[in-house]
Write a protein that binds this ligand. Sequence first.
Ligand SMILES: Nc1ncnc2c1ncn2[C@@H]1O[C@H](COP(=O)(O)OP(=O)(O)OP(=O)(O)O)[C@@H](O)[C@H]1O
Ligand SMILES: [Mg+2]
Length: 412
Amino acid sequence: MALLDRSNGASPDYALRVSDVSKTFRIHHERASSLKAFIAAGGRNRYEEFWALRDVSFDVQPGEALGIIGHNGSGKSTLLKCMAGILTPKSGSIEVTKRMAALLELGAGFHQELSGRDNVFLNAAILGMGRKEIAKRFDEIVDFADLGQFIDNPVKTYSSGMYVRLAFAVAINVDPELLLIDEILAVGDVTFQAKCMEKFVDFRQQGRTLVLVTHDATTVRNFCDRAIWLDHGSVRMEGAPADVVDSYTETMLGAETSAGAEVGRRGDGKLTVDTVELLVGGVPVDRFHTGDDLTVRLHFTAHEPVDKPVFAIEIASLGGATVTAPSSRQADSTPARVSGSGRVDILIEDVPLLAQRYVLHTEVTGFGRQHVYDHLQNARTFDVVTGTSRETSGVVTLHPKWTITGDGVETA
Ligand SMILES: Nc1ncnc2c1ncn2[C@@H]1O[C@H](COP(=O)(O)OP(=O)(O)OP(=O)(O)O)[C@@H](O)[C@H]1O
Ligand SMILES: [Mg+2]
């Protein structure tokens, strides 16, 4: 962890600027094992320059959350260390205009022999907080870290999860304007990760800036404003998170996987669903926000007249869990008879789905639901992005309304 005030007084339009940054490491080959080999090698132990970063350039805008993804060894951690000033680039420059805190790898920043409590004071002091201020924030830090009485045990006895909770609690509580985070949150458990996500949401709402390295595509997709894909030390792609994540996962896993499983079809084919459209405000979309009014439109063809066909859709999470599976029969909207082509509009107002990727299946059956005319498994996928709800866990928001009462309850 490190807090560096490298602001230069001026107010440029970026929070951080990376210009043509390259970084090399020396890879040493085996030492010459004999004098003869040493002489043969020209009197030197040989090494190679390994380019961990090559001509990397981008800006981070104030108030944005930038996600950095890339394969193992692509240079993400090296890049963050250069940004934090822990490594010096071979060439290029990095300008930081905001008060920055960095949460890098596990093990950095804490004194192993000291207790969690002493480390909080020590760290916060190093990060530029006065003693009074630390004392004021101490409870919040300990509370967030959720360490209970372990706070007085030496840090060397902590599990990696406990360690990262404390490190994160300190970093977020020293009020950085720009926070760099490398992966490590993955070490925490699900509850802690949810807490961190909430903090990030707050952090962003306060107009602060975040750079996040993560292997979690969902986090980048749902949470970041922009994403960068590092590939063998170079920026391979930069843009909207969903686009970058899609290209990255497609390349990493092969083209089909990220588009969901293959479309599967069964049924006797008398009445088929030909296309499935998603519309918001009358416009076809692949992606929409929590809280939008969504129309699912099925274009069908009855290849011969069919009595009382039941239309159904199912929306499922990528994990396979059914989120909802309504049918026209349940809604008393089944037509008496169809022939030729037509369309089914299913209007879902104020969509309660939370930011994630979903898959949609369609089905047309007889009125008894046994006879299948057409079943389209994985008819299409779509993305929901953060909209009216600030919730980050789970699949739906139930629009909860909170009331907290009691003799000693004060309103904020
Ligand atoms: N101190 C070092 N000395 C030599 N090589 C290094 C050093 N640090 C990093 N490297 C090499 O630089 C490359 C980039 O490493 P880096 O840790 O930045 O990758 P990464 O994208 O963070 O990977 P991961 O997803 O596994 O965390 C790797 O090939 C790594 O072996
Ligand atoms: Mg790394």
